[in-house]
Write a protein that binds this ligand. Sequence first.
Ligand code: PRP
Length: 190
Amino acid sequence: MTLNAYEPTIERTLASREEIAATVARLADRIAADYAGKPLLLIGVLKGALHVSVDLAREISRRIDGPSEIRMEYICVSSYGNATRSSGEVRLLKDVDRETAGQNVLIIEDIIDNGHTLAYLRDLFQRRNPATLRSCVLFDKPYRRLVNVPVEYVGMTVPDEFVIGYGLDYQELYRNLPYLAQLKASAFSS
Ligand code: PRP
């Protein structure tokens, strides 16, 4: 779908492209400083975190005093499927391709809601003996957290609405929307 075709179904913008870019830049500042001179392994969580992982990696790479090396891996999990509420059961659809033991692992997520997905991922990677393990989440929805999971880098808190865009989908649409938005109630299929 083109961006124009999405427009009639969008209730309001929650974070513009510029606000998202500034947030990613702020996260990159902190991450680059914290991992200065060290190798860093970014693990993006598909599909939602594809956009933020790429933009964040680019931004970190631009910092002169950042990590000595950056590697990127992707893992694919799903807990929502086509539902709008998480089932709480996380399914591993694709694992990372390489060994993560002994590395500085930074999990990158687009959003945290009830926390089940990130808790599952932190547990998975912790059991693989990383040198360090942290998480970075661009959008935080703190209202319905069911699991207490550490997030060292949080981008911005978003309203308690069904959000779409910048990687986040509704029935696999809207991921390519370049900003974060709230979907109109009428756009939900019954
Ligand atoms: C979304 C999002 C996170 C997870 C967060 O993934 O990308 O991974 O939900 O929710 P939680 O904190 O309530 O567990 P989803 O399962 O929708 O898959 P997707 O990334 O492929 O859209």
